[in-house]
Write a protein that binds this ligand. Structure first.
Ligand SMILES: [Ca+2]
Ligand SMILES: [Ca+2]
Length: 229
């Protein structure tokens, strides 16, 4: 929530959060076995409203195990991308391989299936390991990142964390409940990630997307910001 609008210094902030995680284990699940679903029920337990709360999901994918320097394999060659039409952000391995792995180093994504007021994916933050938000980590820094409506992508492989954001346009009233569903999807390739994301979203009644005019991989209608600034 926006702590700058806290009603008073003495007011205590209380929310109740129920989190459930599940997956498909049946042999009949097909590619759904490459998916994890996380549900959140967040209930305002305060006698005052919360101004402009926002929900974000953080991931530090670290695809591979590396100990050298930016550009090398291991966690040093992660990249970030997104598909706004799928409310999806993801990390992937720059060269698709890791030393000693007998299988591809692929993609892992976060897709928003249900969000407050159907905001979906409203922003994507990405930063290098060791950035100010990691080490200073004040509430103001975190709120600024969570409420950002920019869509950042990496242009060079590095040890990158990312934050998927969903909206700040809705105040939370006392006793109000927000239901949120997040899907975590993996795939060896980008196409596999997308197919599995669409498969998961169909389970929740969200139809697959045919055209991809806003997909970051297509480099169309995308605002790209360098992380080297
Ligand atoms: Ca690699
Ligand atoms: Ca890697």
């Amino acid at each position: 929530m926006d702590t700058r609008n806290r009603p008073s210094r003495r007011a205590r902030f209380r929310n109740q959060v129920e989190k459930s995680t599940y997956s498909w284990g049946s042999r009949l699940a097909g590619d759904l076995k490459y998916v994890i679903v996380i549900t959140y029920i967040i209930r305002g337990m305060n006698d005052f409203g919360l101004k402009s709360p926002c929900f974000s999901y953080f991931m530090d994918a670290d695809i591979g195990k590396g100990v050298n320097e930016p550009g090398d394999d291991g966690h040093w060659d992660d990249m970030i991308g997104y598909s706004s039409i799928r409310d999806l952000a993801y990390a992937y391995d720059y060269n698709g391989s890791e030393p000693g792995w007998g299988y591809p180093a692929g993609h892992i994504g976060v897709t928003f299936i249900k969000t407050p007021k159907d905001n979906g994916l409203t922003g994507l933050e990405a930063w290098r390991n060791g950035s100010e938000i990691d080490h200073v980590g004040t509430d103001e820094l975190k709120y600024t990142a969570m409420s950002s409506e920019a869509f950042l992508q990496t242009e060079e492989p590095n040890d990158i964390r990312f934050l998927t954001n969903s909206g700040t346009t809705l105040d939370m009233l006392p006793g109000e409940t927000f239901d949120i569903i997040v899907g975590i999807v993996v795939g060896n390739t980008y196409d596999q990630l997308i197919d599995r994301t669409d498969l998961l979203r169909r389970q929740f009644g969200i139809e697959a997307v045919i055209a991809e005019p806003q997909d970051s991989h297509s480099q169309i209608e995308i605002t790209t910001v360098s992380l080297s600034r």
